[in-house]
Write a protein that binds this ligand. Structure first.
Ligand SMILES: [Fe+2]
Ligand SMILES: [Fe+2]
Length: 283
């Protein structure tokens, strides 16, 4: 039986695109997907009013939802709360955070990549801790025989740009471990553009699927979400947007080097500075 998953990301309540959100909500009401996976950055600055709007929107969807934590979702202006109770503001949808969902043999398994602090200047980047990776891998290893995993993260796990420019620290290690397991793909957000690529690791390829944004913080593509179908053997990804642009034109060839969307709303769209695709070295 074919299962339908809507993969949403980076809604950024506070700077959300309400036109796009109304469309997605209608699509969810009409299509009734088996689940919705939201891969983080629900808010702009984790303000209470932004979380209230996010909780209101998400809890009215009427279908199973799983939510990843994004780097924008931990307290920004309150360092004490950020360190000691980083997820306090998710109350009202706490049960949805990193929730596993079984789509008839395809299980959504979370892997946390947003951390409250890290030993480098830019805390918006991804970081896979040993603890987070162990938790994800042990969940996959405990799946019933024949089940496949669809790993949900906020930050894409692969390196981007020139050699040594890591978007997500320890992402390569995570990918190599995932490649050894029955992982159908890794769904992510953060970069605000959809993609669907096969990442080579020393243990074989891992499919990486990114969703665009549903906020006004667009980069090179209009607001979108991914419609993912699972027929028990194959995963199909369709990047959907309101402007009727074909999926193949929406899915960029590579993840932008700078994952922080630089453009403010209503500013002209800058040409996309694409990083040439290079096959990653075997590590
Ligand atoms: Fe984002
Ligand atoms: Fe992010």
């Amino acid at each position: 039986m074919t299962r339908l998953l809507f993969h949403l990301s980076d809604i950024h309540f506070g700077l959300e695109d309400n036109h796009a959100l109304d469309w997605v909500k209608r699509e969810i009401a009409e299509r009734r997907p088996d689940a919705v996976a939201i891969t983080g950055d629900l808010t702009m600055r984790a303000r209470h009013r932004e979380f209230n709007a996010a909780i209101h929107w998400i809890t009215q969807l009427g279908v199973p939802v799983t939510v990843e934590v994004g780097n924008h979702d931990m307290p920004y202006f309150n360092p004490v709360e950020r360190f000691f109770k980083p997820y306090k503001r998710f109350k009202g949808m706490a049960k949805l955070i990193e929730k596993e969902i079984d789509l008839d043999g395809l299980v959504i398994v979370p892997l946390k990549t947003a951390v409250r602090a890290q030993p480098r200047f830019n805390w918006s980047k991804g970081w896979v801790t040993d603890r987070a990776l162990d938790k994800c891998l042990s969940t996959i290893d405990a799946l019933p025989r024949g089940c496949r995993a669809l790993v949900a993260v906020h930050h894409p796990l692969r390196e981007v740009g020139t050699e040594g420019t890591a978007l997500t620290r320890h992402g390569n290690k995570a990918l190599a471990e995932l490649a050894k397991r029955p992982v159908e793909g890794v769904i992510s957000g953060h970069v605000h553009d959809p993609f669907d690529i096969a990442e080579e690791t020393r243990n074989g390829p891992v499919r990486m699927i990114g969703a665009g944004t549903l906020s006004k913080r667009t980069r090179s593509t209009p607001p979108s979400f991914n419609e993912i179908t699972w027929d028990g053997e194959r995963l199909s990804v369709n990047a959907r947007n309101l402007e009727e642009i074909d999926t193949c034109d929406m899915q960029i060839d590579d993840v932008p080097e700078d994952a922080t969307p630089p453009r403010q709303p209503h500013e002209p769209v800058a040409p996309v500075d694409r990083v040439p695709r290079v096959d990653p070295p075997v590590r």
